[in-house]
Design a protein around this ligand. Structure first.
Ligand code: C2E
Ligand code: CA
Ligand code: CA
Length: 435
């Protein structure tokens, strides 16, 4: 005799695959979307050519294909939880937290694992699957299931063995990011990611004191891509750590070429900061290049510092102990408290360029904010650097307030460090030349 428990299980599960059935999926969606469905998504998978198999062979053959696909999905996802047979030829994977990168990655893996051959009698029959993705973003369960299914049909109509997001804008963005990520990997290997150097000057004398190393992707055809275009994609994966390491090495190479009186600042992302290998890597670069660590500054954004862990703090201290100075980048945008900064091993603050714009007007809010932030930095004994200086009026105002160093288009844009310029120190305002 069937128990009540068994009956309840059977009402929610598909007898062929053992996965949740459509009503099981709806129950799951009902529960989850009502509580916290902000970042949820549904990935729906269907066999492209199931009808042909059913027509050419038997439904038993079709059932075997469906069982294979169910097993493949469980293997790719790593669990049966959240996987359902949501239609005759539709499976759905419900994810409670997924960004477009993770979804794209899953879609690609399912598409690739789903492309196989199945032996039917004496013949091998090729099977392919397509994938449709819809983000929950406020959708109700019925809408989410419908929209992921629509995306699946779009993928199948476009030729099969494909994946589609419901929203074409999301799909285009996801593809662009994938292209950048795969290209970036090769670009790193090929040495196409290189630092360009932007001068940092002394506000009292206008002399170049050093440079900030800014990442550029220089394609083989000479096209230069700025970090705004490739760093967001790199930040979605560990590639950002590789970019930062390449840039650090480039910064040290630059220091080796520049006069010994000049410094270089390099940028580190939050992921690089959290990488336990960072202090060792920096140490090995210093040993390999023989550069004086006092000439290297590492910039980390105020926002990244807000989420600092004890391990990261320790790593920062280890790096500082090597003789390198930490600078807080984009200062003024992260709402840090004095208390927070006091505990960090930092030596300088870079005023975010949003404050520099407008600083020349005495009565402006930016003027007062810049002044307030300067007082705070001085109170902590930090070196002060203002970014984004585009006009002489801004430079004068910052100098009058007491800012020590400045960086911006007024003094020069970032450019390749032409080795032939060294070792003669660059003249004020000249900056490195662009190769
Ligand atoms: P950031 O560290 O705040 O760098 C300053 C950005 O402001 C640079 O943009 C620079 O070209 C731009 N800039 C400099 N002077 C002026 C000016 O006078 N006016 C205006 N409007 N802009 C100015 P870039 O090179 O596109 O870099 C953008 C951001 O990318 C950087 O902002 C930094 O956050 C990030 N980045 C660059 N290189 C690296 C890197 O190697 N690693 C990491 N993690 N991030 C990097
Ligand atoms: Ca910076
Ligand atoms: Ca900055």
């Amino acid at each position: 005799m069937r128990t009540r428990l068994q009956a309840a299980f059977e009402a929610r599960h598909d007898p062929l695959t053992g996965l949740l059935n459509r009503s099981g999926l709806f129950a799951l969606l009902d529960d989850t979307l009502r509580q916290d469905g902000k970042d949820a998504a549904l990935v729906t998978v269907g066999v492209d050519n199931l009808q042909q198999i059913n027509a050419a062979y038997t439904h038993t053959a079709g059932d075997r294909v469906l069982i294979d696909v169910a097993e493949m999905l469980v293997e790719v996802v790593g669990t049966r939880d959240g996987i359902a047979r949501s239609g005759d030829n539709e499976f759905s994977i419900f994810l409670t937290h997924a960004d477009t990168t993770a979804l794209t990655d899953l879609a690609v893996r399912v598409r690739d694992a789903g492309a196989t051959n199945i032996r039917l009698g004496a013949q091998e029959f090729p099977i392919t699957v397509s994938v449709g993705i819809a983000l929950a973003s406020g959708r109700r369960p019925g809408e989410l299931v419908r929209d992921a299914s629509t995306a699946l049909h779009q993928a199948r109509d476009a030729g099969g063995r494909r994946w589609e997001f419901l929203d074409p804008g999301v799909a285009a963005e996801a593809r662009r990011r994938l292209t950048i990520q795969s290209g970036l990997n090769e670009a790193l290997d090929a040495g196409e990611i290189r630092p360009w150097f932007q001068p940092i000057v002394d506000l009292s004398e206008g002399r170049v004191r050093g440079y900030e190393a800014l990442a550029r992707w220089i394609h083989a055809d000479g096209t230069v891509v700025t970090p705004g275009e490739f760093l967001p994609a790199a930040e979605q994966s560990d590639l950002i750590i590789a970019v930062d390491r390449v840039m650090l090495a480039g910064a040290l190479t630059g220091l080796g070429v520049l006069p010994a009186s000049l410094h270089v600042a390099a940028n580190l992302s939050a992921a690089t900061l959290a990488d336990p290998g960072l202090p060792g890597y920096v140490d090995s670069l210093l040993a390999a290049t023989g550069v004086d660590p006092a000439r290297l500054h590492l910039e980390v954004t105020e926002t990244a510092l807000l989420r600092i862990t004890p391990d990261v703090l320790e790593a920062m201290r280890a790096v500082a102990a090597l003789g390198i100075t930490w600078w807080v980048d984009d200062f003024g945008t992260g709402y840090s408290s004095l208390v927070h900064l006091r505990d960090l091993p930092i030596g300088g603050l870079k005023l975010d360029r949003s404050f520099t714009a407008g600083v020349e007007t005495d009565a402006s809010t930016h003027h007062r904010l810049a002044h307030g932030l300067l007082g705070m930095a001085r109170g902590l004994g930090l070196l002060t650097i203002a970014e984004g200086v585009e006009t002489q009026a801004q430079a004068d105002a910052l100098h009058a307030q007491g800012w020590e160093l400045a960086q911006g288009w007024l003094y020069g844009r970032a450019g390749a460090l032409a080795e032939r310029e060294a070792p003669g120190a660059p003249r004020p305002g000249s900056g490195p030349s662009i190769k």
